[in-house]
Design a protein around this ligand. Structure first.
Ligand code: PEP
Length: 251
């Protein structure tokens, strides 16, 4: 039985003080949740949020990291620095990294391998653009992003990985994939994981959906057999929307 996993990606929002106050509010509502709950503040707020969540069950995530451990990489943040702050999860391959900042599958793969080598858990994001969907390429795009993103990842390391299916056209647009559409892509993802690893490894994997998840659509999405959680952007920024998402009623 896969445990539901609800994650909030705060993107480039909240100062350290705002983030710490928000984290304290989330902690009082969500600590010891029966579900896995994670928040990914901006780098500058990681320390403050780590302190606010210290000793709680809410996981601390980062939104990105460098593909190198250290060195001359102006403006980058190392896996070692993240670990030092108590980060246990890193989101890699987010569509904004792929499409706004030009991250390739090869770069994402290097980041995935480095994060896993250092014991971080990874949320690997995959998903098609509207153009790719309209051209009928959804399955090909997600299968190829999975295969390349997971290259070099062993079956043992796969246990540290969660996949987030995030159709690019549904991110921050208010357009959600229907639960049926999302579930059918999740099924494709699970089948690809089974082909790359094994059916039992694929069956154990958490696959989150992301794209305009809100309190009023989370239960419908989570009722689908292949949807195991959500990666939430906009609605993760306020307690009145993230708390009900993270406390959705199981059908
Ligand atoms: C995201 O950024 O991962 C995301 C899914 O954003 P939103 O929920 O705002 O669509």
């Amino acid at each position: 039985m896969r445990k539901p996993y609800l994650a909030g990606n705060w993107k480039m929002h909240k100062t350290a003080a705002e983030a710490a106050a928000f984290a304290a509010e989330l902690r009082s509502a969500l600590d010891r949740s029966p579900y896995t709950v994670m928040v990914a503040p901006p780098f500058t707020a990681l320390q403050a949020v780590a302190e606010a969540l210290s000793g709680s069950s809410i996981l601390l995530g980062a939104q990105n990291m460098c593909s190198e451990e250290s060195g001359a990489h102006t403006g980058e943040v190392s896996v070692l620095m993240l670990k030092d702050l108590g980060v246990s999860v890193v989101i890699l391959g987010h569509s904004e990294r792929r499409h706004t900042y030009g991250e390739t599958d090869e770069l994402i793969s290097a980041k995935v391998q480095l994060a896993l080598k250092h014991g971080l858990n990874v949320i690997l994001c995959v998903g098609e653009t509207l153009e790719e969907r309209e051209a009928g390429h959804v399955n090909h795009v997600v299968e190829s992003q999975l295969e390349l993103g997971l290259s070099g990842v062993s079956a043992a390391q796969l246990q540290q990985v969660v996949i987030a299916y995030e159709p690019v056209w549904a991110i921050g647009t208010g357009k959600t994939a229907t639960p049926e559409d999302a579930d059918s892509v999740h099924e494709v993802i699970r089948a690809k994981l089974a082909a790359l690893y094994s059916k039992s490894a694929a069956d154990a994997m958490v696959i989150q959906y992301g794209g305009s998840v809100k309190p009023d659509n989370i239960a419908g999405l989570m009722a689908k057999p292949n949807i195991d959680g959500a990666l939430v952007g906009g609605a993760s920024l306020k307690p009145e929307s993230f708390i009900p998402i993270a406390q959705f009623d199981r059908a």
